[in-house]
Write a protein that binds this ligand. Structure first.
Ligand code: PGA
Length: 249
């Protein structure tokens, strides 16, 4: 049995007042039977960690450096995230890949850096609209996953890792993959994982992300290989985020 995970990716949104209120409201009434994770901007990690202290809500980062420390202006090391009680960090989000040049190899290196600091990497994969229309969805997501599977220590890494399938054309657009479309890709990803590590493949949570809302979450989460969600816009309001969490429970 995989415990579902619902992660809120706040992206570059929020203030200290907002973070205290939103995280506090989520921590006050979390549904049981689902693991809940909040990923605020780095500047709000401490505020959120304080607001959820004593609850079951986990805190995570949105990205991490592939380096341990040193002259990397603007970067945040995994060990630094760990100091804020982060248990997870998102790597390879399509916005990082599109706007900040994160390559498959860099994403894999970031996953390894997270793992080395005992953080669980949430590795995001997903195709653009052009790639879907060209019929290359499976090839793209498998290529993105393969970069991680090519790391040396996957037997250690995979039991900790979470995978997120996020079709780029569905992120922040209000368009969402149908449950059947999403399930088809999730199944491909789990099979790809199983070819490297059967047990870890069966245990790994594969989240769906891309315009998940309270009214489409239930159908998505009912699919066999969809183990929760990575939520952007709808994670910025306590009621919509909690409603999505309740559907995963
Ligand atoms: P969205 O974002 O829910 O706003 O589409 C999802 C994501 O980017 O993780």
């Amino acid at each position: 049995m995989r415990t579902p995970l619902v992660a809120g990716n706040w992206k570059m949104n929020g203030s200290r007042v907002m973070a205290r209120e939103l995280a506090g409201a989520i921590a006050a009434a979390p549904p049981a039977g689902v693991e809940i994770l909040l990923c605020p901007p780095v500047s709000l990690l401490e505020t959120v960690a304080q607001a959820v202290a004593g609850s079951a809500i986990a805190v995570g980062g949105q990205d991490v450096s592939e380096y341990d420390s040193g002259a990397y202006t603007g970067e945040t090391a995994a060990s630094m995230l760990a100091e804020f009680d982060c248990r997870y960090v998102i790597v390879g989000h399509s916005e990082r890949r599109q706007y900040f040049g994160d390559t498959d190899e860099r994403v894999a290196a970031k996953a390894a850096a997270a793992h080395a600091a005992r953080l669980a990497p949430i590795v995001c994969v997903g195709e653009t609209l052009a790639e879907r229309q060209a019929g290359t969805t499976e090839a793209v997501v498998c290529r993105q996953l393969d970069a991680v599977l090519a790391l040396g220590n996957i037997n250690d890494l995979l039991p900790r890792m979470v995978l997120a399938y996020e079709p780029v054309w569905a992120i922040g657009t209000g368009e969402t993959a149908t449950p059947a479309e999403a399930q088809a890709v999730h199944e491909v990803l789990r099979q790809r994982l199983a070819a490297s590590a059967a047990e870890a493949a069966g245990a790994m949570r594969i989240l769906y992300g891309g315009s998940v809302k309270p009214d489409n979450a239930s159908e998505l989460f009912q699919k066999a290989d969809i183990d929760g969600g990575l939520i952007g816009g709808a994670s910025l309001k306590a009621d919509s985020f909690l409603a999505i969490c309740a559907h995963a429970a």
